[in-house]
Design a binder for this molecule. Structure first.
Ligand code: ATP
Length: 238
């Protein structure tokens, strides 16, 4: 579903992403860890087609995202750290609007059931989203992905700033999407949540994928140890 082949992005002399090769298959959740500036957002932006790679390729559902930008966007849903919704509109209206953009039109009852599936409490459906917590807004983001029937979900630090319960609930939602076959790539600083939800975990540094494990092959404490060792290497270099 998601595949990159020597994906590289440079800004002048800086190589923000350096020959990234990764694959996320149907029903997999790949968590990308790495310090600030490691290249996680660059990876997501390239997959979204927000910018072009300097070299290499990114594929969504076997289609090159540069050559087939319109088609690949149809398969994608994206939830950034701070999801942009229309603040004065309620969840039903936002979902209706964003589903419409994806050429999906639902009646009110179906919109309500999608929001319920995304874990939003019914009492919030008709309140303006400006009154929502971050966790509630993220649930609307998941509802948009469900409404769109997205095959690929790209998440950039979706749990940052969420309290543990909201973060747990968000993880449960990702598992639900996984069961539907969605391929998820999540950039995160949250090692604990990564270990909870991922099928595969990778650590990036300086634009390079340094290490990668199947989640069952690493304990949380070993993940933390490896992460810190990978990052502290930077300190030694300095
Ligand atoms: N538009 C840009 N112009 C120049 N340099 C950029 C640009 N965007 C990103 N960079 C640089 O590319 C590198 C990778 O940035 P990126 O945002 O992908 O990191 P990240 O892993 O997502 O970090 P964070 O955890 O802080 O979000 C950084 O050194 C960053 O400063």
């Amino acid at each position: 579903m998601i595949f990159t082949n020597n994906l590289t992005k440079s800004y002048g002399n800086l190589t923000a992403l350096d020959n990234l090769n990764l694959e996320v298959k149907e029903g997999e959740i790949y968590c990308l860890l790495g310090a600030n500036g490691a290249g996680k957002t660059t990876t997501i932006n390239l997959l979204l087609g927000f910018m072009k790679p300097t070299s290499g390729n990114a594929f969504i559902n076997q289609l090159d995202v540069v050559e087939h930008s319109k088609q690949t966007k149809q398969y994608l849903a994206y939830i950034p750290e701070n999801l942009m919704l229309y603040p004065s509109l309620n969840a039903i209206e936002n979902l209706d609007y964003f589903s419409g953009i994806a050429n999906k039109n639902f009646n009110k009852k179906t919109l309500e059931s999608i929001l319920t599936e995304a874990g939003l409490q019914a009492s919030a459906f008709y309140k303006p989203v400006s009154k929502y917590s971050k966790g509630m807004r993220q649930k609307v983001g998941v509802a948009i992905a469900l409404a769109k029937d997205a095959k690929v979900l790209l998440l950039d630090e979706p749990t940052s700033g969420l309290d543990p319960k909201a973060s747990f609930e968000f993880g449960r939602l990702l598992q639900k999407l996984r069961q539907k076959g969605v391929a998820t790539l999540m950039a995160t600083h949250d090692l604990f949540r990564a270990k909870e939800v991922a099928t595969t975990i990778g650590i990036m540094k300086d634009g390079q994928l340094k290490q990668q494990w199947s989640v069952d092959d690493i304990t949380l404490s070993d993940l933390e140890k490896n992460y810190l060792e990978t990052m502290s290497y930077n300190t030694i270099e300095l």
